[in-house]
Design a protein around this ligand. Structure first.
Ligand code: SAH
Ligand code: SF4
Ligand code: F3S
Length: 394
């Protein structure tokens, strides 16, 4: 009988794309996809470790699978038959939490059969195959090499959830080591995909009817194909020439790597969306330094001014973390004032969450939760008003 797979995706766009890739690989091996976890033979959680809350959601989802099994076995007859029909599910934890916790996942969630980190997703079909066909010979399988280069073939499956819009990964991992961030530890060092492979994937997607492309990387504007000496702007210019693309966007730019050339490309290339996501994180130089962000508040403001002077009517959005260790009222005031002065079109606001393995875990998480909540609420209130005004003006 054909086995059914259910994948639940947590986290960022990178994970959304990875889940698509895994679905494509499994479909090619003859598995079927289902949207109903209960009917699935194989349940995969593609997980996120960026904040504690993201991980909590996965632990609780895992607990729920265990509970539904137990209640099926212990309750009345009908449900028992259902259990026999579906058999035991194969449960896999893939993505960033698999990398972050490795074998410790099995201690906390004994119902998990295997874990696979983001660099090893190509091995998933093989692992499932072995567990399904020789369950007794397998206890637990782990593949979690953090710096492995994924084989390019994984991007060849062609499976996409959306028929008009496509995510295209241009680089994996991150070398910036912002002190609060787990990403370099779970996604590994920065690796750029070859220029010609990115172009090939985009051409194939466009041939299948895709018209909007979002390029993905933790720091897209540091893209570099060393073999061909092509940087991010060069990549944008070549992609924009692919006939059939109506809209091109990218996530995420790092302020320290923005250039005048990039903003001119956004202005000059018609298909590029006139919007920039540029995480600020904090408006206090002291905190920016502790975060290892590589710019000051003044420099960030200069970049925004440069962007706005080049890209007429260009939109700009940001990410802010409140309550980083050592953030005083004075530091927060600086963030609030810069945030107010810039007046973003949109903002993702986060409360600092200590992450294992990161450098900031050494610092005392000394901003009380109540204070984090208040600072978060202040920024949110301001942003809601600004966003509303900007929307009404459009
Ligand atoms: N590479 C991207 C995205 C990183 S994760 C970038 O650099 O912008 C997305 C956002 O999550 C970050 O911009 C940051 O604002 C937030 N974030 C990361 N780690 C965090 C932590 N430990 N606590 C709270 N927010 C965090
Ligand atoms: Fe994390 Fe910083 Fe890299 Fe973004 S740039 S993924 S915040 S280490
Ligand atoms: Fe994305 Fe979360 Fe991993 S934000 S890179 S899925 S830690």
């Amino acid at each position: 009988m054909v086995k059914k797979v259910y994948i639940k995706t947590f986290g960022c766009q990178m994970n959304v794309r990875d889940s698509e890739v895994v679905k494509g690989l499994l479909l090619a091996e003859g598995y079927k996809l289902t949207d109903d976890e209960k009917k699935a033979d194989i349940v995969l959680f593609n997980t996120c470790s960026v904040r504690q809350h993201a991980e909590d959601k996965v632990w609780s989802a895992l607990g729920n699978i265990g509970r539904s099994h137990k209640s099926q076995v212990t309750s009345h007859k009908l449900k028992k038959i259902e259990t026999i029909d579906t058999g035991k599910k194969v449960i896999g934890i893939i993505g960033c939490m698999a990398q972050n916790y490795k074998k410790k996942v099995f201690q906390r969630a004994p119902n998990v059969d295997f874990i696979v980190g983001p660099s090893d997703i190509n091995k998933i079909p093989d692992i499932i195959e072995k567990i399904v066909h020789r369950p007794s010979s397998i206890v637990h399988r782990t593949f979690c090499e953090v710096n492995d280069v994924r084989p390019e073939e994984i991007y060849h499956t062609g499976f996409r959830e959306d028929k008009k819009h496509a995510y295209v990964v241009i680089s994996e991992g991150c070398d910036n080591y912002c002190t609060y961030c787990v990403v370099p530890y779970v996604r590994g060092r920065l690796r750029h995909r070859p220029f010609k492979e990115i172009l090939r994937e985009i051409r194939e997607a466009v041939d299948c009817g895709i018209t909007c492309i979002t390029l993905l990387g933790q720091n897209v504007n540091s893209y570099h194909d060393a073999g061909r000496n092509i940087n991010f702007v060069g990549l944008l210019r070549d992609i924009a020439c692919v006939c059939g693309i109506k809209e091109l966007t990218f996530l995420t730019c790092h302020p320290k790597d923005t250039t005048k050339e990039l903003f001119e490309a956004i202005r000059d290339i018609p298909v590029i969306k006139k919007s920039l996501h540029l995480p600020l994180q904090s408006g206090s130089d002291k905190i920016l330094k502790l975060m290892n962000r590589g710019y000051t508040a003044k420099r960030y403001l200069e970049i925004v001014d440069q962007y706005r002077s080049i890209v007429y009517n260009g939109q700009i959005s940001t990410d802010i973390i409140v309550g980083f260790p050592g953030e005083t009222e004075e530091d927060f005031k600086k963030t609030f004032e810069l945030f107010r002065d810039i007046s973003f079109n949109g903002a993702f606001l986060f409360k600092y969450s200590p992450r294992p393995n990161t450098q900031a875990i050494e610092l005392k998480d000394d901003v009380a939760l109540e204070v984090k909540k208040r600072r978060h609420a202040e920024l949110l209130k301001f942003q809601r008003e600004v966003s509303k005004k900007k929307e009404n003006r459009r």
